[in-house]
Every structure is written in structure tokens, then in C-alpha cells.
Design a protein around this ligand. Sequence first.
Ligand code: AMP
Length: 112
Amino acid sequence: MTVFAKIIAGEIPANIVYQDDHVIAFADLNPVAPVHLLVVPRKPIVSVATATPDDEQLMGKLVLAAAEVARQQGLEEGGYRLITNVGRNGGQSVFHLHVHVVGGRALGWPPG
Ligand code: AMP
């Protein structure tokens, strides 16, 4: 069971900012920007690489929820970044699909 599955199950605490039947969003424990949230599907998909056509609607809900959370956090005007890391080279450390919502400062490009 991943740490995110435990948060979804209510077994460990998180600073939850949004939830519905399909997704949950909470503050990242180690923020890299003034606003750093994680938007996570309740379904335990490992990453976008293992999502299937059955997940098409859920993927849409995930991205729309990320945009809604960013809006609620006041990031829309200044802009922000959505990131989903995949596997070793992508820097993924929790193997339950999640979208990082990062904002509140100017972000560099390209990523390191
Ligand atoms: P990634 O490296 O893309 O898999 O991102 C995993 C993220 O989960 C990292 O940014 C961690 O800081 C974050 N994280 C790990 N454990 C927790 C936790 N218990 N609550 C909130 N965020 C966490």
C-alpha cells in the first residue's frame, strides 16, 4: 500500500484541500514552491504509463480537478505548473499516480 493509498483510506493525515468521489488533493509534505499540492485519483493507478482506455474519463477528471485546485489557491492569474513524474528517470517516488500543482513563484525551464 502506498503512502497515498493510506491518505485516501484516512490512515495517515494530510492537509486535504479538495476531494470528490474520484480524486483527492492535499499539500505536498516537502513543498518546492509557495503552493505545492498533489492531486491523486482514488483508484490506485501507478502512473500515466499504466493508465488504460478505461481510465480516460478519470484522467480528464484528474486534470480538471488540478486546474480547479489551482484556481482555488489563487494561482490562475500568475500561472502555475502541472507535473506528473513517471518512473526512475521521471523522478517518481510514490507509485500511485499524482499530478503536482506547483505555483506561487516563477518556475525555471527546462527542469533539472
Ligand atoms: P513524485 O516524486 O513525483 O513521486 O512525488 C511524490 C511526492 O509525494 C513528493 O513531492 C513528496 O514530497 C510527496 N509526499 C511523500 N509523502 C507524503 C505525505 N505523507 N504527504 C504529502 N506528500 C507526501
